[in-house]
Design a protein around this ligand. Structure first.
Ligand SMILES: Nc1nc2c(c(=O)[nH]1)N[C@@H](CN(C=O)c1ccc(C(=O)N[C@@H](CCC(=O)O)C(=O)O)cc1)CN2
Ligand code: GAR
Length: 262
C-alpha cells in the first residue's frame, strides 16, 4: 500500500514515534537507536522497547541510550503462571495494550521471537479493543486493573507492524533461518540467501516484503563470517524500511494529537 508522501520538512510537525519489540542482543534495535533524529530517521524517536525475555541485552541498549528509552518486559510463561486461566492470546492482547499506550506511528519487530496472534494485529489495526489490562505483582497476585484509564487505546489509524527476517521471501520462514539458510547453501540446495523487512501478517514471514537484499555467501566459509555480513545488511534495511513505512502515514497534526491525549 503506498500513498502520497507528504514530507513538509517542517520541524514543527509532531515527532514520529516507534515502538520496538525485541527478544535478544538488540543489534537491529541499536541501528534504530543510532538513526533517531538523523536524516535516516528524521524527527523520529523510539518511545518504548519491549522484550519478552528479561535477559535481552537490547533492554540494556535502550536504557543506556541518550536519552534513555523506556523499556518493558513481559514474558509469556511468567504471564501464564501469574494469570491462571489466561491464554497465549490474552498475553498477546496485553502486549498490544502496552504497545498502544505508547501511541506509536510504527511498530518494529527487531528480533522479536514470538509469533503474534491475529488478535494482536487486530488491536494494532484498530478493529479490536484489548480487554481491561491485567496486572500482577511479583507474587503473582493479579490486580484486575478495571477502568485504569488506558482503555482508550484505540489507534487514530491502523498502526503498521514490520519485521526483519534473515531470509529471502518464501525462504526459511520461522526461527533459526540463518543456520538453516547457511546449511542449505553449503549443501547446494539453494544458490542465494538474503534478508528482508516485511509487513507482519498472521501467517509467519509471509507479509508483503518492503525491502529485500541478497547477501553474498561463499562455499566453505564459516557461518560466523556469513552471519556478520548478513547482520550488517540488516542494520541498513531495518532503518530504511522503517523510514518507508513512516513516510506512508502522514504525521498527525498537533491538534489531533492534543485532542487524542485529552
Ligand atoms: N504473526 C506473526 N508473528 C511474527 C512474525 C510474523 O511474520 N507474523 N514474524 C516473527 C519473527 N520471526 C521470524 O521472522 C519468528 C520469530 C519466532 C518464531 C517462533 O517459532 N517462535 C516460537 C517461540 C520460539 C522461541 O521462543 O525461541 C513461538 O512464538 O512459539 C517464528 C518466526 C515475529 N512474530
Ligand atoms: N525470525 C526472526 C529472526 O530470526 N530475527 C533475527 O533475529 C536476529 C536478531 O538480532 P538482534 O537481536 O541483534 O537484532 C536478527 O538476525 C533478525 O533477523
Amino acid at each position: 500500500m503506498s500513498s502520497i508522501v507528504i514530507d513538509n520538512g517542517d520541524d514543527s510537525s509532531p515527532p514520529r514515534k516507534l515502538v520496538v519489540l525485541i527478544s535478544g542482543s538488540g543489534t537491529n534495535l541499536q541501528a534504530l537507536i543510532d538513526a533517531q533524529n538523523t536524516p535516516a530517521l528524521p524527527h523520529t524517536s523510539i518511545v518504548l522497547v519491549l522484550s519478552n525475555r528479561k535477559a535481552a541485552h537490547g533492554l540494556v541498549r535502550a536504557s543506556s541510550a541518550n536519552p534513555p528509552i523506556p523499556t518493558a518486559y513481559l514474558g509469556l510463561q511468567p504471564y501464564l503462571r501469574q494469570n491462571p486461566g489466561k491464554t497465549r492470546e490474552d498475553y498477546d492482547l496485553e502486549i498490544a495494550r502496552t504497545v498502544m499506550k505508547a501511541r506509536p506511528d510504527v511498530v518494529v519487530l527487531a528480533g522479536w521471537m514470538h509469533i503474534v496472534s491475529e488478535a494482536f494485529l487486530e488491536v494494532l489495526k484498530g478493529v479490536r479493543a484489548p480487554p481491561p489490562s491485567t496486572r500482577c505483582d511479583n507474587k503473582g497476585n493479579v490486580d484486575q486493573a478495571e477502568g485504569d484509564g488506558d482503555g482508550d487505546v484505540k489507534p487514530l489509524r491502523p498502526i503498521p507492524v514490520i519485521n526483519i527476517h534473515p531470509a529471502l521471501p518464501g525462504q526459511f520462514d520461522g526461527a533459526n533461518a540463518i543456520q538453516r539458510g547457511y546449511d542449505a547453501f553449503q549443501r547446494g540446495d539453494v544458490d542465494k540467501l538474503g534478508v528482508m523487512v516485511h509487513r507482519v501478517v498472521a501467517e509467519v514471514d509471509r507479509g508483503e516484503p518492503l525491502i529485500v537484499r541478497e547477501v553474498p555467501i561463499e562455499k566453505g566459509e564459516p557461518i560466523e563470517t556469513y552471519e556478520q555480513r548478513l547482520h550488517e545488511v540488516e542494520w541498513q534495511i531495518i532503518v530504511q524500511a522503517t523510514k518507508m513505512v513512516l513516510d506512508e502515514v502522514e504525521p498527525l497534526s498537533h491538534e489531533i494529537l492534543n485532542k487524542d491525549a485529552e
